[in-house]
Write a protein that binds this ligand. Structure first.
Ligand code: SAM
Length: 339
């Protein structure tokens, strides 16, 4: 039993009415009002007693109330939409000294200064008592998790405190990609990028009709705990480049994606060399590659980048564009000569 209880307050439905907080469809605002589901989401974060929590996108504050009732030490709310601030202030007054409201964009908010320094734990230790929880619009949650994964890799942002855990909602299909295992249909770039850095658990799915207004899709709750030892020990940008290239042609053999890491002139020779170095069968499809395969590919690519310092800056798309430009120019010059 937690010791803290919010005093009687208007319900979230009443707050929505009171402050005229109609969800803005174009901003993908879908509110969760079902207390049982809200409790279930918050429970996924684990024990929150005395925890320092950041809730991203609290909106009318349904999840916020349950977090406060879990007897947290500190709750930081990052909300972009001004209309929600008065309702959140009401919650803040009901839990004196616990809530700090930031009216801003979570994509630019600097979380490394949000919590007291004494909470910092060594990376190898158990996770700190710092949690991130949020039900954000899908258009924000996917770029945000990519950014936070890069922060995990660099141990900065929310991860200056150690292996901060995150409990976040995603569109069901995105959650399936995040947690997809080797060989599954949903295996994608997101699966590798998240699983090489974190333990990713797709905990449960909430049907769209539980939200007001109902979104077109279902929603899943995903829990992330950064790994003590990343499964690939290369810079995030290098891993991102290799993984993105390999999944560029997801129905073809993986060698097709590996090829585009190299300039056309040396493409075949170098891609064969990389696959040999990595000991990866070129006829596997991208979805069949395990994280260990990707580790070996990234290590091999790193070795080749160290030997050829221009290699990492090579960009396949740029080369294609340049070729198109040259072809067009050649065509015009030829027509001018014919005129
Ligand atoms: N958490 C509430 C709930 O579950 O009922 C609201 C969910 S609603 C899908 C998403 C919330 O995130 C909205 O309040 C919206 O204003 C807020 N939001 C959207 N983009 C944001 C951003 N970049 N930074 C902070 N908050 C954002």
């Amino acid at each position: 039993m937690s010791a803290f209880r919010l005093p009687p307050l208007p319900t979230v439905r009443e707050i929505i009415k009171l402050f005229n907080l109609r969800a803005q469809k174009q901003l993908s605002q879908n509110f969760l009002l079902d207390l049982r589901l809200i409790d279930k989401i918050v429970r996924q974060a684990g024990k929150l007693k005395d925890a320092h929590v950041c809730e991203v996108g609290p909106g009318p504050g349904g999840i916020t109330r349950t977090i406060l009732n879990a007897d947290v030490a500190q709750l930081l709310l990052v909300e972009k939409d001004t209309r929600f601030i008065p309702g959140l202030k009401m919650l803040s007054e009901a839990a004196p000294g616990k809530v700090h409201i930031v009216h801003g964009d979570v994509l630019t908010y600097k979380m490394e200064r949000a919590f007291p320094k004494h909470l910092q734990k060594k990376w190898e230790d158990d996770p700190p008592n710092v949690h991130i929880i949020g039900n954000l619009p899908f258009s924000v949650s996917t770029p945000l998790i990519i950014r936070w994964l890069e922060n995990v890799s660099n141990r900065d942002g929310p991860f200056v405190y150690g292996r901060t855990q995150m409990t976040l909602t995603f569109q069901k299909e995105v959650a399936e990609r995040l947690s997809a295992t080797t060989g599954s249909k949903q295996r994608s770039r997101l699966s590798i990028m998240s699983q090489y850095l974190c333990t990713v658990q797709n905990r449960f799915t909430i049907p769209g009709q539980a939200f007001v207004p109902k979104p077109e899709v279902d929603v899943s709750v995903v829990h992330f705990t950064p790994l003590v030892q990343p499964k690939i020990q290369q810079p995030f940008k290098l891993v991102e480049k290799v993984v993105k290239s390999v999944f560029q042609f997801r129905r073809k053999y993986c060698c097709r994606g590996v090829e585009i890491l190299f300039p056309e002139a040396e493409r075949l020779e170098k891609s064969e060399q990389m696959l040999m170095l990595a000991d990866v069968d070129p006829t596997l499809r991208p979805a069949q590659l395990s994280i260990l395969h990707f580790k070996n590919l990234c290590d091999a690519y790193r070795k080749m980048c160290d030997e050829d310092t221009n290699l990492f800056s090579y960009n396949y798309r740029e080369e294609l564009k340049e070729k198109k430009r040259t072809r067009k120019k050649g065509h015009w010059e030829q027509s001018e000569q014919e005129d």
